[in-house]
Design a protein around this ligand. Sequence first.
Ligand code: NOJ
Ligand code: NOJ
Length: 533
Amino acid sequence: MTLLLPLVLVAYIVLYAFALSIPLHLHAVSSLIGGSRGLSGGYAQVQQPLKETLGDWVEREERIALERLLANVAPGGKDLEGVVEGSVVASPSREEPDYFYQWVRDAAITTSTLVDLYADDPSSQLSSSLSTILDAYANLQYTLQHTNNPSGTFSDLSGLGEPKFEIDGAPFVGNWGRPQRDGPALRAITLMAYLRAYNASHPWLWTSDSGEDWFKPLYDPKMPANSIIKADLEYVSHFWNESGFDLWEEVEGLHFFTAMVQMRALREGADLALAFGDDGAAEWYKLQAAYMEAFIPQFWDTQKGHLVETLESKRSGLDCGLLLGSLHGFPAAYANATHTPIYPPHSDEILVSLLALVQDQRTRFPINAAPPSSEDEEEDIVLEGVGLGRYPEDVYDGYGNKHSGGNPWFLCTSSAAEVLFRTAAHVSSTSSLTITDLSLPFYEALLASSSLDVDTGSYGPSDAVFHSVIERLVQTGDEFLSVVKKHAGAEGELSEQFDRNTGYMRGARDLTWSYGAFLQAGRARKATWGLGL
Ligand code: NOJ
Ligand code: NOJ
């Protein structure tokens, strides 16, 4: 470790101190989770107060979501016999649908939420349980990477594109949409965040002998790459321009979500490589990230006036993957960091794409039906919280291949809230709001109920529009969370979907990703507290 460049590391830690400073007020969770029942205990009976505001509910649901999320994670989860330690099971549902597998994507996304919780307060009781899980997750990823599977092998890295494994870590050999190239990028992002968080909480480790044992399995400049993060970065840097299946595992091509997380992995990977004195790799990852920055604008469709999820696809391109790509491609803390944002949640392109998706879903799903508008309102485009599904053409009903039609998904509905909360926080923290020709329809829809006139131009804290926008962003985010609240189960449980006609939950029960997406929306909501609303 003496070889390593302490100065670079200091800069690196300072840079990411931002990434670790997001407040989270889940204090109660540590006692809940770390209490006498331990991680595998029964679900907490969280009393519902008599008069509960949405904010109260969000906090209550955050505790439930974390507990139920952890129930699907080994070690510690409930009823997970046979599940190898370090696994995140997509859902406990073993038939109709059988989601009792570990998907690389779901696992990485879920685990990144656990890393955020760990980073909030590494010395908490919750964090000591989390660090056991995070270490097990990291170890298992090494095994999965080295497991030959239908996508390929480790030796030429092709096997890293395999999307899903059995719960004992064996390869899944059934037919599937493979490869899926977002997995290695998401996993690298999650493990890099863990490496930074752990390094920050164990500042002596980097220069100590035992540090080598901890860091090396995660990142080692040695080639051919055999450390977990480096192998994933090599995969991303060599395969990002090859087609693969989308995050919904259905269509082959080049996808916005995949590209956004790949670009983020390469950018952060370049920073990490530098911290490890791996200068050549840093250059290579940076170069590929630059190519990706030039490539990603192809997802903007000028004619349609919104981003599209897959290039050269017959679909409309409106897709919850656009929101997810923006959220996972651009971490909140990067507002303070060095990378130029590309399609962050507050960008005009993401906001107008969100508006177009909401417009579609609002009329597509009967449960979203807006009250009949009065005549003079008929032409108005309104932005309001509704249940959002994956994409307009979706036919997956959540149970199998009957294809009886798509429905709203909890994780998409929560993600819309997160985009709006993060936009509010961004506008507030930069003290400036610029409304362009492109974003005008979004802001007009957002402020529909307001008597304020909006026009293109720049607004600041001395303008009423500026404050109204922030207020409406938060209110509309809350409307999306109210939809989640309305369709959640009596115990706060979240499945994958809720029925477009009846509103009842359907699809895989206790979907781990539903809980993770909700927790992230909750974090983003907290970052809007105290914005002077
Ligand atoms: C399971 C996949 O994960 C899902 O995305 C897909 O829509 C259904 N199978 C139906 O093909
Ligand atoms: C189906 C979803 O389309 C896909 O994104 C997810 O990875 C699997 N279900 C498992 O949750």
